[in-house]
Design a protein around this ligand. Structure first.
Ligand code: ADP
Ligand code: ADP
Length: 224
């Protein structure tokens, strides 16, 4: 069964705007999928609906088998979300930051898991550094570490390279490739096709509130 199943999802905002118009998409366990589309296509709305932050107008979404409307807490516990903006307590250490975030999910302390996450992001030797001592790239890695602290099966990266320079963009590509080894399913949004090609196994093209096409990255790139 797919880890995420989205069926005929619609979202009409209170002002009457139809941001999603019957989008359907199945995401397989362990894959990396890029949601590609221009600004305003509905990518953030789609992520918000899956993560339980945007109310659904109609349709169904399940995450790890849990319906996001019927079992929102269970569905949410399967998900790690890395928002576009950095949101970090800059005077905290890396270690305290990830421990605190794990605690928010009511999980027992498991320093072994957090160590594994920090090591996979090359943050282990920075664990006692305060956030404000880190470079921009390292801060982004801390955001990912936070999102992985409660052992989610799915990781969302919303425009992971928006507004960053070329070096940081390549760094993020590297991070995503490395995370693949951990088996976590990754869903990222982007409006750069090169970025989707670089990181993703499959690409879902989104425009005007619909998933227009979902294709294996290599096959899609052949058609250009
Ligand atoms: P929901 O139906 O999920 O409760 P709302 O329609 O109430 O969502 O809108 C959520 C918030 O987004 C509101 O505070 C609203 O002011 C804000 N908002 C309104 N229009 C836009 C827009 N075009 N882009 C981003 N945010 C908007
Ligand atoms: P993307 O992430 O692909 O740029 P979004 O999901 O942010 O697209 O937005 C899709 C459309 O929905 C845009 O036209 C946006 O202005 C509109 N929109 C987003 N949030 C709201 C809101 N809260 N209220 C009304 N319209 C919104």
């Amino acid at each position: 069964a797919p880890i995420i199943s989205i069926k005929n999802l619609t979202k009409t905002y209170d002002n009457g705007f139809h941001a999603l118009k019957g989008a359907s998409l199945d995401i397989e366990d362990g894959e990396i999928i890029a949601l590609l589309g221009p600004n305003g296509a509905g990518k953030t709305t789609l992520i918000g609906a899956v993560c339980g932050m945007v109310s659904i107008t109609s349709g169904t979404v399940t995450v790890g088998g849990y319906d996001v409307v019927e079992q929102p807490r269970k569905a949410r516990s399967q998900i790690g979300l890395v928002p576009q903006e950095l949101a970090l307590e800059i005077f905290e250490t890396v270690w305290d930051t990830v421990r605190f975030t794990r605690g928010l999910f009511g999980l027992p302390r498991d320093d072994a898991h957090l160590e594994k996450v920090l090591r996979s992001l090359s943050l282990w030797d920075k664990k006692d550094n305060r956030i404000n001592e880190l470079s921009g790239g390292m801060k982004r890695r801390v955001m990912i570490a936070k999102a992985l602290s409660h052992e989610p099966r799915v990781l969302f990266l919303d425009e992971p390279t928006a507004g960053v320079d070329v070096a940081l963009r390549k760094d993020m590509w590297e991070v995503v490739r490395k995370l693949r080894e951990s088996g976590v399913t990754i869903i990222l949004t982007t409006h750069y096709i090169e970025e989707a090609e670089e990181m993703a196994d499959r690409i879902g093209v989104i425009n005007k509130g619909d998933v227009l096409l979902v294709q294996n990255t290599a096959d899609l790139m052949q058609s250009f």
